[in-house]
Write a protein that binds this ligand. Structure first.
Ligand code: FMN
Length: 138
């Protein structure tokens, strides 16, 4: 399974690593993929799309790389399962709610509510990320 992420300061990347660990603990293989390494075309054969992005702008997605990637998912992920995650700093998680709604409006099915962690995952938040990975791989 590909764990796709974009991360400016490493917090969402750390979430991606922990989610990958959970997937592997569940007996599946996990590959970490930075957003710029992949195009939407590469996702055609993927049954499950796992994607992480931090909150940016004002409760938005980063606009030069992440926003275009999400826009390109429209028309290409209908019927697929999707798991979303991301780190945030000071807002109320609105960016994740918006992202969930967009992904559902593209015809995909969310495996679970998007996993959000404040800044760098540590302690209990590390456990939450690993559990999320296990849930995705089930
Ligand atoms: C330009 C910029 C805009 C941000 N906007 C928000 C925001 O709207 N809401 C929020 O909760 N956090 C916001 N943050 C905080 C980041 O989401 C937070 O630091 C997150 O952990 C960064 O994840 P990353 O290390 O994966 O890049 C912003 C950070 C930056 C640098």
């Amino acid at each position: 399974m590909k764990v796709i992420y974009w991360s400016q300061t490493g917090n969402t990347k750390r979430m991606a690593e922990l989610i990958a660990k959970g997937i592997e603990e569940q007996g599946k293989s996990a590959e970490l993929v930075e957003l710029s390494e992949i195009s939407v075309d590469d996702l055609r054969s993927e049954e499950v799309i796992i994607f992480g992005s931090p909150a940016y702008g004002a409760e938005e997605l980063e606009d030069t790389k992440v926003e275009p990637f999400v826009e390109a998912l429209e028309g290409n992920i209908s019927g697929k399962k999707v798991a979303l995650f991301g780190s945030w700093g000071w807002g109320d998680g609105a960016w994740m709610k918006d992202l969930e709604e967009r992904i559902e409006s593209y015809g995909a099915k969310l495996i679970a509510e998007g996993l959000i962690v404040k800044e760098l995952p540590e302690g209990e938040d590390e456990v939450r990320c690993i559990k999320f990975g296990k849930l995705i791989a089930k």
